[in-house]
Every structure is written in C-alpha cells, then in structure tokens.
Design a protein around this ligand. Structure first.
Ligand code: IPM
Ligand code: MG
Length: 369
C-alpha cells in the first residue's frame, strides 16, 4: 500500500476551485484503493504576491524535492505583471525540479465533445511529449535601451543534445509500450509511431532535434518514425488526427499545439498534463489558465484537474486508481449527461466533481490496458 506526501498549490482564479474537485476525487479513489497520502498546501499565487510581495523562495523549491508529487491548479492574476508569478511558480517547478517532459494526452472521450466533423474517439487519441526545460522558455535574453525608440529585445532559443535526447527517449519508450499493448490486443493495430515536430527548415539549429531523434530511433526498431514541421502538424492534427500516436516537440511548439489538441478533445476544461522527471518529484496540472472571469463562480470545468490527479496516480504507480478515474470520466462523458466540458455546460464545478465520484463508485475498469 502506497503512502505519499503531495504538495498542493491551488493558485489563482479558478485554480483553487478545480483543485478542490481533483482532491475530492483523489479522496474517493484513495478509499477504494486504500493508499494513503498527506497533503502539504502552498499559498504561492498572484493573489499571494499582491498581499505579501512573496514569490517562491529557493528553500521551498528544495522542500518540493522531498515530496512525492505536486498538484497545481492555475497561476495568473490580472493585476500582476504578466508572467511574473507564472515564471516563479510554474517555471520554478519545471526548471527547479528539472521536469524535462511535459506529457499532454489528447484523448477524445465522447464524440459530441469534438468540434471536427466525422471524427470520433477512435481518431483522437494521442500524446504530446513537450520538452519542458529549454527552448524559447530558457529565460536567457533581455532588453537593451528599454522604453526608447531604439529598443532591442533578444530571446534565445536554447536546445541541448541532452534536452533533445531525453525528450525523444521518453517519447520512444512511450511508443514502445503502446506498440506492445496493440500487439497484445491482437486487433491488427499498426505499430505506434513517434512524430518529431520542429521547424528545422526555417530554424536550422532545430536540426539538433533531427539528429537526437534519429539517434534514439535506432534503438527502437519496433516504433515507426515520422516528422512534421510545426505548421503542417497543426494542419494534420485537424485533417488526420488518427495518424498520430506520440508527438515529441520543443517547449514552445508543445505549448501551442496542445491548446489546439485540447480543443479536439472538448476544450481547455478537460485537458490535463504531467510535468515529469521519471523517478523524481513531478508536477501535475490542468493545461488551462486561471480564467479570472470565471473565478469564484463555481462554473469552471474541473475535468482537467481531475484527469491531472489520474496522471499523478499513474506516475506514482497507483495504476489501477488512475484507470478508475479515467474510466469514470470516460463513462460520465459518454453518458451524455455532460453537454460540454466548459463553463457553459450548466453543471457547476462542484457538481461535476460529485458526478465523477458517483461514477467511481460503480465503475469496473478493464484490466490489463
Ligand atoms: C501552459 C501554460 C504556461 C506555458 C504559461 C502559463 C507559462 O500556457 O502550461 O501551457 O506557457 O507553459
Ligand atoms: Mg499553454
């Protein structure tokens, strides 16, 4: 029986509300699966910064390293300079804990949530492995002659062999697992494929990605390889999403294409992510932001936060607990009781959490996949 220490940062806007529902579901699954956990709450957010002037201190990042995982709601406050608290909390976690993979599943649970014509759950089921510690997010750059007509702004896109290689390796290992699962099912499914998404035609240093990808690919002969420039990737994600299994890409491109991906699965309210360093403290969050206009209204969709809890359990090795949540969310959405996964569904944040908990009581997950 596992026992875990979990950090919780509700954050700003709708963050605390959706996190509450994630924790409600965690408690329900904990009861059924009998693992134990202790929650350690942290106040860092734009709200907290406005009140106290405090951002995340280095000592807290050190403390996070001693937890098993961290759950995050959302960060961003309209009265705080854009990016200040996001860099401190979100990038503080990602960079401070070296969470080099941002894993973002794009999975359509029920056809009515998809905006594409003639595409269904069998077509939209892939994952994006977003490199999470480098690229244009490196924070290396700045301004010269700021606020003058001669201002210059520089931002550096940093790519390292190590950063590209480990992201590609994670993607290929995931695809290997997928290939093995398909073979075990024996339903004639093709081998899984890893698609490298970059812009190496215009940004030539992206050929470091090409070489790291090819280097790793040689170790995985059972996995199919594929490549798309990021602009074409956006086109394929709409036209033929069924061609994709695992995408591996840069930090910024991963940020952009996963908002597009979220819409394919029903909207920002439903998409979850894991910021992962295998074997170390990792962080799980819905991919949406703090949505200040919905804050405190009990209307935000908590399914992204709930699925982030499932991803956290999977990471912790509580795979049957993770599957239970995934099945409960899937059943609920397939039941048609939830018209949309957003603030206009007519179902409140807390009701939606309760609906998932009720499903959990009856769901019998398929085992072995
Ligand atoms: C995300 C968000 C963050 C990012 C922002 C809030 C810094 O958009 O997690 O996708 O760009 O990574
Ligand atoms: Mg984003």
């Amino acid at each position: 029986m596992g026992s875990y220490r979990l950090g919780v940062l509700g954050g700003d806007g709708i963050g605390p509300e959706v996190t509450r529902e994630g924790l409600k579901v965690l408690e329900a699954v904990g009861g059924r699966e009998s693992f134990e956990y202790e929650l350690v709450e942290y106040p860092y957010s734009g709200e907290h910064y406005l009140k106290t002037g405090e951002l995340v201190p280095d000592s807290v990042i050190e403390e996070w390293r001693g937890l098993d995982a961290v759950l995050l709601g959302a960060i961003g406050h309209p009265e705080v300079e854009p990016g200040l608290v996001e860099r401190s909390v979100i990038l503080g976690l990602r960079f401070g804990l070296d969470l080099y993979v941002n894993l973002r599943p794009i999975k359509l649970y029920a056809e009515h949530l998809c905006p594409l014509k003639e595409k269904g759950p069998e077509d939209i089921d892939f994952v994006v492995v977003r490199e999470n510690t480098e690229g244009l997010y490196s924070q290396i750059g700045g301004h010269l002659r700021k606020n003058t007509p001669d201002e210059v702004a520089i931002v550096n896109g940093i790519y390292t062999w190590k950063g590209c290689e480990r992201a590609c390796r994670y993607a290929f290992e995931l695809a290997r697992k997928l290939s093995a699962e398909r073979e075990a099912r024996g339903d004639g499914g093709r081998p899984a494929r890893v698609t490298l998404v970059d812009k190496a035609n215009a940004i030539r240093p992206h050929d470091l990605w090409t070489r790291a990808y090819e280097h790793v690919a040689r170790e995985f002969p059972e996995v199919e390889t594929d490549h798309a420039y990021v602009d074409a990737c956006c086109m394929w994600m709409i036209k033929n999403p069924e061609w994709v299994d695992v995408i591996v890409t840069t930090n910024l491109f991963g940020d952009i294409i996963t908002d597009l991906g979220a819409m394919l699965q029903g909207g920002m309210g439903i998409a979850a992510s894991g910021n992962i360093h295998p074997g170390r403290t990792s962080m799980f969050e819905p991919i949406h932001g703090s949505a200040p206009k919905y804050a405190g209204k009990n209307v935000a969709c908590p399914l992204g936060a709930i699925s982030a809890v499932a991803m956290m359990l999977d990471f912790l090795g509580e795979t049957s607990g993770a599957r239970l949540i995934d099945e409960a969310v899937g059943e609920l959405l397939r039941s048609g009781e939830v018209p949309s996964a957003d603030a206009r569904s007519g179902i409140s944040t807390s009701q939606m959490g309760d609906m998932v908990v009720r499903r959990l009581e009856t769901v019998e997950p398929e085992t072995g996949n």
